[in-house]
Design a protein around this ligand. Structure first.
Ligand code: GDP
Length: 196
């Protein structure tokens, strides 16, 4: 259960994140995938993460303290159509440094838009995590946007693609920030990770 969620700090430099003295879980995904909405839904704090960041805005690593016990981290999204090469390279450097060097990181959730067929950019990011040994799970977002049948179809298609990459399918959750769907499941999974 999440009883308390507070903003701690924003960073552009992964080396300057808070002291890695407690378990940490991160969220990432394509811009507009619904990451901020999901973080707000999960924590029950309406504007904890800022929704709908525009491309070109500073890319920040945002730390939140949960229950005075663990860190939840909102990472800058990928896949903006129109960002400069510099911005993209900056993002890559920042994210790869954070994900590979953060000693207290227990897992990263990769958010996937449940309305879409498998997207190359998401699969590539998942593959990169696998290669680097970063433990990743999937969250399919915006499930309320279409029928359950359509959501299931897209989820299945994505999982099938992951079978081409990994022996074991990643853990996954289907959520809707709009309806509160998947909240308990995601929190339960995080609690297991942070208590290990
Ligand atoms: P971010 O850029 O990944 O942080 O995405 P946001 O959380 O800002 O969401 C992008 C857009 O999708 C906003 O207009 C949200 O209201 C909408 N959105 C996010 N999650 C959901 C959801 O679960 N259901 C519906 N219907 N819309 C959502």
């Amino acid at each position: 259960m999440i009883k308390k969620a507070e903003f701690v700090v924003s960073n552009t430099n992964p080396e300057k994140c808070p002291k890695p003295d407690r378990a940490e879980i991160a969220f990432i995904g394509r811009s507009n995938v619904g990451k901020s909405s999901l973080i707000n839904m999960i924590t029950g704090v309406k504007e904890l993460a800022k929704t709908s960041q525009k491309p070109g805005k500073t890319q920040l690593i945002n730390h939140f303290m949960i229950n005075d016990q663990w860190y939840m981290v909102d990472l800058p999204g990928y896949g903006f159509a129109k960002v400069s090469k510099d911005t993209r390279e900056n993002w890559e450097k920042m994210i790869s440094t954070y994900l590979t060097k953060r000693t207290n990181l227990c897992g990263v959730f990769i958010l996937i838009d449940s309305r879409l067929e498998p997207q190359k950019i998401d699969l590539e990011f998942l593959l990169w995590c696998g290669t680097e040994g970063v433990p990743a799970a999937l969250i399919f977002t915006k499930a309320d946007k279409q029928s359950k049948t359509q959501t299931d179809k897209n989820v299945k298609a994505f999982l099938k693609k992951t079978e081409e990459i990994f022996e074991e399918a990643p853990d996954y959750f289907v959520t809707s920030a709009e309806k509160g769907q998947g909240k308990e499941e995601v929190i339960g999974f995080i609690e297991q990770l942070v208590e290990e």
